[in-house]
Design a protein around this ligand. Structure first.
Ligand code: NDP
Length: 258
């Protein structure tokens, strides 16, 4: 018996990177998991997790698709116990080059998408009367905005704010809402960051910027793995975290200590 046996866990952005690592962790601990992302590779990714995982194609910026995602998961697995709002995007640009479209797309996915998923998940949790856990993926950029990403930093500060507000609204309903701030985690997103920031900030070859930031700024002197983030999320979803809500927790090897 795992900590999450017979629980239903929804994870957006679950087909790869940090979200996939979370899905692996919940499956290993007995959960039924629905992973969602835009591309239909999510269906294959779910198969690779085994029979207790299902994939669902969903754009988190589309309210109707988000409603379908939570209905699908609840009908399949008997309600929603845990919902992890993890889908996110980033672009990097100097202020004069940052387009209005980039700003809007980033806010739509990273902030509105998190809200729409929380809204649906809370609706299901309230209807069941069983409570539940919401975990929102913010970023170290919800603590400290990095250069050339004002839109991303704003979107992730937004995640922290909506987490606190929702946590207060549902606190008496046995629903907790928390956010997490990963630091430098080895995924496709960080490969993009390394390339683009590396070109903009100096003459860095592939991987060199990340390594330089790790060595200079991370006391533990290593980049994170998806599994490092998954461990925190599993804790926040577990019975050990019953009295924790409205918090934003760093998982970054000590990169940011506030
Ligand atoms: P990846 O780029 O590897 O994965 C992003 C995921 O988000 C993909 O599954 C992608 O789906 C999904 N996604 C993007 N847009 C949408 C959308 N509109 N609807 C549904 N799904 C969508 O990134 P990471 O795993 O690195 O990042 C996961 C989260 O962690 C993000 O919120 C990111 O901001 C955050 N984060 C990451 C850090 C890092 O160092 N890697 C640091 C701090 C925060 P698809 O593949 O189908 O496009």
């Amino acid at each position: 018996m795992g900590r999450f046996t017979d629980k239903c866990v929804v994870i957006t952005g679950g087909n790869k990177g940090i979200g996939y690592a979370m899905a692996e962790r919940f499956v290993a601990e007995g959960a039924n998991v629905v992973i969602a992302s835009v591309e239909d590779q999510v269906l294959e990714a779910a198969k690779s997790l085994g029979s207790s995982a299902k994939g669902f194609v969903c754009d988190v910026t589309n309210k109707a698709q988000v409603a379908d995602l939570y209905d699908f998961a609840a009908n399949l697995f008997g309600g929603i116990d845990v919902s992890v709002q993890n889908a996110g995007i980033i672009t990097i640009a100097k202020v004069e080059d940052l387009t209005e479209r980039e700003w809007d797309a980033t806010m739509e996915v990273n902030t509105k998408g998190v809200f729409l998923c929380c809204q649906e998940a809370i609706g299901h949790m309230r209807a069941s009367g069983k409570g539940g856990r919401l975990i929102n993926t913010a970023s170290g950029q919800a603590r400290d905005g990095f250069i050339y990403t004002p839109h991303y930093a704003a979107s992730k500060f937004g995640v922290m704010g909506l987490t606190q507000s929702l946590a207060k609204e549902v606190a008496l309903e046995n629903i907790t809402v928390n956010a997490i701030c990963p630091g430098i985690i080895k995924t496709d997103m960080w490969a993009y960051n390394d390339k683009v920031w590396g070109e903009m900030l100096g003459d860095f070859g592939p991987g060199e910027l990340m390594e330089s930031w790790v060595q200079t700024n991370i006391p533990m002197k290593r980049a994170g793995e998806g599994s490092d983030v998954a461990g925190l999320v599993a804790f926040l979803a577990s019975e050990d975290a019953t009295y924790i809500t409205g918090q934003t927790i760093n998982v970054d090897g000590g990169l940011i200590m506030s």
